[in-house]
Ligand binder design. Sequence first.
Ligand SMILES: [Zn+2]
Ligand SMILES: [Zn+2]
Length: 333
Amino acid sequence: MRPRFHPRLINGPFEDPGLYIPFLFENRAIIFDLGDTLSLAARDLLKISHAFITHTHVDHFIGFDRILRISLGREKNLHLFGPPGFFKNVEGKLAAYSWNLVKNYPYRLGLRLVEVHCNYLLTREYLCQNQFIPTRKAVRTPYKDVIYEEPAFKISVAVLDHGIPCLGFAIKERFHVNINKDRLAALGLKTGPWLNGFKKAIYDHRDPESKIEVQSDRGKSRRFKLGELAEQIALITRGQKIAYIADAAYSPKNQEKIVSLAEDADHLYIEAAFLEVHQNIAAEKHHLTARQAGTLAARAGAKEFTIFHFSPRYADQEHLLQEEAGEAYALHR
Ligand SMILES: [Zn+2]
Ligand SMILES: [Zn+2]
């Protein structure tokens, strides 16, 4: 099985956080947090359709300027989700630049901002052509856990406490469509971009009697009934789940929310700023220790986990953080 999501941290564990998640066979990605993004090529940044920001401490959000800069001059809608106060943060960044020349640009770059509160969302749009001055009032909608959804996946949130509200995120594929290559070959068909459309039709619950056009390996076009083709070449399995926690205190409430958000994740990315010997400093700064991170990963039943966002005080002691988290995970599994 080839997973749909291919997450990778954009920087080393002592540098700015950010989890870049490109989608297999799609020219598209999402990102959790926007720390320094210089490690990402412009073409990778341009793939981002949705950015989910845990909180606006500078190391989690300084990358906004670069994605804005690279997106200018493009026909693009960039969706950004962030904690309460997010509109003001983004408006402050936009107000730092002069926009007198953008009015006549032929393209339409739009920013669609969503402020995530405990049980409602506020949505507001900012168009480049309008010099990023919003023309309409924010729209308020209630939600429970899920803040964004497409036929193939959904994004859930936990509003955590980090001295300020801080969001934890999980992306979960609804189910996974595996393609049986042997059967594909037996039908004289090749893999290719058409499989994206085929999978999308399944996620969209399109009528099984509807026709789908496929290029055969001899270059000819053939038509199949969607349902019949799916029966022959597709195997449906459990969807992939990736969770991301950056910056949270180890309070009982946070623990409960993190365990629930990351439940059964295939991979949990979780901050571990300090060693357990410095748990007092961790508590003061509303951060986790490596032992706490490993314990939470185990309690959530995460199959795999990665710690990051280490305090610079451990510059040459990374192995201690890894060992501590690994031991806690093994102990609580
Ligand atoms: Zn922080
Ligand atoms: Zn941080």
